[in-house]
Structures are given as C-alpha cells and as structure tokens.
Design a protein around this ligand. Structure first.
Ligand SMILES: NC(=O)c1ccc[n+]([C@@H]2O[C@H](COP(=O)([O-])OP(=O)(O)OC[C@H]3O[C@@H](n4cnc5c(N)ncnc54)[C@H](O)[C@@H]3O)[C@@H](O)[C@H]2O)c1
Length: 356
C-alpha cells in the first residue's frame, strides 16, 4: 500500500489518461475529515439539492435487496452521478440489519465507491455509514432551517426513536446554531432512551431533557419532531396529537398513517423516489389515488416556488438521495488527499495491457 496526495482527476488532467490509483478510506479517516465541518456540509447538501433539481445529476431509483429468510433486513444500492464543478459517479451500498443493535453493533453498515468521470474506473472505496448518517443529519438541519423561516422557530424538539441517526441529527442541529428549551426523547426501548439521554448530557446541552414513555406526550410537547425509528409500517395515526401544527422531520419515512399525511403540508426531497418502497407518502398515494397531498420539494421551498403555511402540521419526508452521499464522499476524498493520507492499494487494477 502507498500513501499519496494527488487525486485521480488531477493526474488524469495533467497526463495522458491512465488508470487511476485505487484508494481505501477508513471510517476513522472519514470521521476526521467531517468533524467540525457541520456548517460546510449543510451548505454542500444545499448546493447538491439545487444541482439535482436543475437536472445536473443522474439518480435512478434505489434497488432494495431483500431476503425471504431475514425479512427485517435489506441492502440498498444507490447508484448516482453528479455534474457541477467536481463531476463524479458512484455507488452507495448500505445494509440495514436492525437486529444488529441487540448484539451491540450498529444497524447500518455501508461502503461508497467513487468512479472516475473520464475512465469510469473506481478510484476509491470509503467507509460510508458515517457519510450516510452525516448527509442525513445535514439535510435534516437544512430542512429545519428553511421550514422554520416563515414560522416561529421551534424551541422544543422531540426525538421519536433515538438510535445513531437521532444522535447525528441532534449534533448537526446543535452545531448549526439551534438551541432548544427542551429536548424530548421517546423510544420503545428503555435502553435506547437511556443511551440517548446519556449522549445528550455529555454533549454539554443546557436544554431540559424529558424522556416520555408515551408517544402522544412526546409529540404534543414538541414543536419540532424528528422521527428516526425502524418502524416498517405506520404506528402514529391520531391527528389530534398534531393540533399544535409541529414541524415534523419524518426521516424514517414509515411512521405516519395516511390520515396524518393527508392533513399536513407535505414536502419531500424527490417526488418519484419518495413515492416508492411503502413510505407513508407512498401508502397515502395508494389510498388517495393521487399525489395532490404533496406540496413540493425542499428545493421548491429553497427556491421560493413553494411557501409553507403555518396553520397545518408540516411533514418533511426525505427519501435520501445517492447524489448526497456522492457529494459528501467526494468532499471526504479531497480532504484526505489534501492531508497527504490517501492510502493507495498498489496494483489493484492489474493485467491492463490488452494483449498481455
Ligand atoms: N431518509 C433517509 O435518508 C435515511 C437515512 C438514514 C437513516 N434513515 C432511517 O433512520 C432510521 C433510524 O436509523 P438508526 O441507524 O438510528 O437506527 P437504530 O436502530 O440505531 O435506532 C432506531 C431506534 O428506533 C427505536 N424504535 C423502533 N421502532 C420504534 C417505534 N415504533 N417507536 C419508538 N421507537 C422505535 C428503536 O428502539 C431504536 O432505538 C432508520 O429507519 C433508517 O432507515 C433514513
């Protein structure tokens, strides 16, 4: 293995096209490259959404690999391509095995492959559960910011389902300028609720922390609600819990019954993506027979094409796009190159002469 500090793209531009070196970037390197960069990453995610909406991306539907013998698990493939100033193609390959948590390891594990724009060669494999959690937390913080511009900024946040994703979202909110009078916590698992409370206490938050046994109590006492459960089908259906018109970040996508969706303003990240895979908006479309309940995308809101009324609950259901992982992955790659710590796997691509 060699360590170098020049990018595949740079070497391809200055010399005749050659096969790019192949690098492996560890989770420790990814975390180091992203730490303390929350505001920058939120800006990167905003720019990537704008690029995607302008059509400068290719983001086909995610492919869900499921298993008859392990029905709660899946591995999702998210191929994508982004244009703009640093064009890159690639694939995120992310497993979700919810039973992992009981054995003490995270639910999700992932790699991200980056492909060279000019040759198509893969030039990096990055640990990607951190990239995935980071881009998810970044769009949650971005959405919370944009959606609260036309209404009272939330002061009481409630986390519904408190695993790793909830932790990342809290960190991003806190580091991008949010402070709350109260942080509510609700989880089916008392261990998760206690673990998240411990994390909050260590984070140095000055907010009051309230652990709620009841889902109703959590929602009624929060004006920003973050769903990050692993529910496979809707389990929240009482519209009266939402009569205070909270802002809801429906990150886990399958918690809300169609009754709630139909009574809310609904914003998604990408309409075609979100109306798939039995998400709550997908179930609502099947029930209603139309898409009239969707008000637009996050980019519509950012561009001023859609305004969000304050007199209904606002539900943001982000499917999570592969282009976001690519953008964050390329950012990490460039940071690692800059630090001179890129680990190249020598001779990864071999037998390159056509006739031997
Ligand atoms: N939209 C996106 O782009 C995106 C990206 C990343 C993760 N996610 C989703 O975020 C969710 C959370 O991921 P994670 O890694 O934090 O999972 P995790 O397993 O670490 O934590 C999930 C928590 O939810 C709790 N839970 C499950 N069902 C519940 C219910 N009905 N009520 C209350 N609590 C419940 C579990 O006890 C657990 O503590 C997953 O569904 C994942 O698919 C979405």
């Amino acid at each position: 293995m060699t360590t170098i500090g020049s990018t595949a793209t740079e070497s391809a531009m200055s010399e005749p096209i050659t096969v790019p070196p192949f690098a492996v970037i560890s989770g420790a390197q990814v975390q180091h490259a992203l730490q303390g960069r929350e505001n920058q990453i939120v800006q990167l995610i905003e720019a990537t959404y704008r690029l995607h909406s302008a059509g400068d991306s290719v983001n086909p539907p995610s492919y869900f690999l499921r298993f008859p013998d392990r029905p709660s698990s899946r591995i999702i493939a998210l191929p994508a391509s982004i244009g703009g100033q640093v064009p890159v193609d690639g694939l995120k390959w992310i497993s979700s095995f919810p039973e992992n948590v009981a054995t003490g390891i995270p639910r999700a594990s992932a790699v991200l492959i980056l492909n060279d724009h000019d040759t198509g060669y893969p030039f990096a494999c990055l640990e990607s559960s951190i990239i995935s959690a980071t881009r998810t937390a970044a769009f949650a913080a971005l959405a919370a910011d944009w959606f609260s511009r036309g209404r009272r900024r939330p002061t009481r946040v409630g986390f519904f389902g408190v695993g790793l994703i909830a932790r990342y979202i809290h960190t991003f909110l806190a580091r991008t300028g949010w402070s709350f009078d109260e942080i509510g916590v609700h989880d089916l698992s008392a261990d998760s609720a206690a673990g998240f409370r411990g994390y909050l206490e260590q984070s140095g938050t000055t907010s009051r922390i309230a652990v709620h046994d009841s889902a109703e109590q959590l929602i009624r006492s929060s004006d920003l609600v973050v769903f990050a459960t692993v529910a496979g089908q809707p389990h929240v259906s009482d519209l009266s819990w939402f009569e205070h018109n909270p802002l809801v970040l429906h990150v886990s996508l399958r918690d809300l019954a169609p009754e709630i969706v139909l009574a809310s303003t609904n914003i998604v990240d990408d309409i075609e993506h979100c109306l798939k895979a039995n998400t709550s908006p997908h179930l609502t479309e099947q029930l209603a027979g139309n898409r009239d309940f969707l008000h637009g995308t996050l980019d519509d809101v950012m561009a001023g094409r859609v305004t969000v009324p304050a007199d209904r609950p606002l539900v943001f259901s982000p499917f999570g796009l592969g282009v976001l992982d690519l953008a964050v992955g390329k950012f990490v790659y460039d940071e690692v190159v800059r630090s001179g710590e890129l680990h190249i796997i020598d001779d990864f691509f071999h037998d390159l002469r056509r006739y031997g």
